[in-house]
Design a protein around this ligand. Sequence first.
Ligand code: PMP
Length: 454
Amino acid sequence: MLSNSLIELDRAHLVHPVASYRGHERMGVRVLRSAKGATVTDDAGRTLVDGFAGLWCVNAGYGHDSIVEAAARQMRELPYATGYFGLGSEPAIRLAAALAERAPGDLNHVYFTLGGSDAVDTTVRLIRNFQTVRGQPGKDQFISLEQGYHGSSTVGAGLTALPAFHANFGLPFDWQHKIPSHYAYRNPAGSDPDAIIAASLAALRAKVEAVGGPGRVAAFYAEPIQGSGGVLVPPRGWMKAMRDLCADLDILFVADEVITGFGRTGPLFACTEDEVVPDLMTTAKGLTSGYVPMGAVFLSDRVYDTIADGAGEAAVGHGYTYSAHPVSAAVGLEVLRLYEDGLLANGRRAGERLMAGLRDLADHPLVGDVRGRGLLAAVELVVDKARKTPLPAAADPARRIFDRAWSNGLVIRAFGNGVLGYAPPLCCTDAEIDAIVERTRRILDQTLEDADVR
Ligand code: PMP
């Protein structure tokens, strides 16, 4: 059993990410002790299905000895090597080469970070450098989507469009702009895919004009599927249309694949499903399946060569102590091997089963929308289907849904006013997928009985 002192120590000393500090103090921490496959076990010995793969990151699932061994071997041999001074390590070089080989188009150059936020930060720095050295220093405005998430660094949180990331933080910067999301369920243009794409194209064109024309805009950022905004899936062709408009306007297109990368939606990279080759691509999470921290920024030949030629013999002043960490790279190589040795295929199969199961819940009185692709999905709850009325915010429906899921033996994400988010590991068995769906049905029935959220 969890000793009270652990709860007290947490309350007194550990500051939790994206939490109400006072709310967390009141609730107390839930400590996880161990995990295997697609399940986690808490301090009280209860085993739950992890329908969210930690924080949409443990794509390979928990408990792979081969990953542990790869890390241990590398730690014994060479636990650290800097990339400064022209030095390097074998796993980092091999991982960069393996990723470049698999990345779409000419994304042949890989810059390793510690996670997704500093990957996004890296793109902003390198894009400013790119635009400046090619003689376009005035192209310094950045555009992203409402409901978009691009990390929690100061710069990335400004590209992120979640109100809590801006309020009291002095964000966004005046060079960071947003356009409406595709959000099909609540798009004023309606749910027709062509109308949604046309509305997004018009919004991007209008924003570019509003900030001074293409000569002022450096880049446009989009997630192939918006994750933290509530798993918002654009219509097929949306990303290609936006990418092509960016090319026409000489604006760099950045695909933020921190969640969608590494099998989450089926293939290794989601933008390949739309036949999109971005100018830059950010990844993290599934890159190492959360066993150790790492992110990777992919640069096209053009972006890389322009920056390289611009600097000539001078240093490009961007680097972290832990860029291309050899232990993380060794883990990344082993995780990649596991994906290609059956996990991607299993994930695709499990994803179809999950989507079919969740779609069967669509006639539940509370379900307004079921959406997703592969093992990335959401169920949006409403109290009135015709009017699409969200659950009342005053009842804190997300907290209630998370707690209800937990007591039913399921970990999921609960967003906003009642959106259930799913991102289980790719190793999920049929029985685990079925358990996720069945437990969700129970959560919905219990929520329907809950007078406070009706
Ligand atoms: N971009 C996207 C699309 C993300 O979902 C996230 C994290 N959820 C990030 C960037 C930031 O990644 P990290 O939390 O690893 O810094």
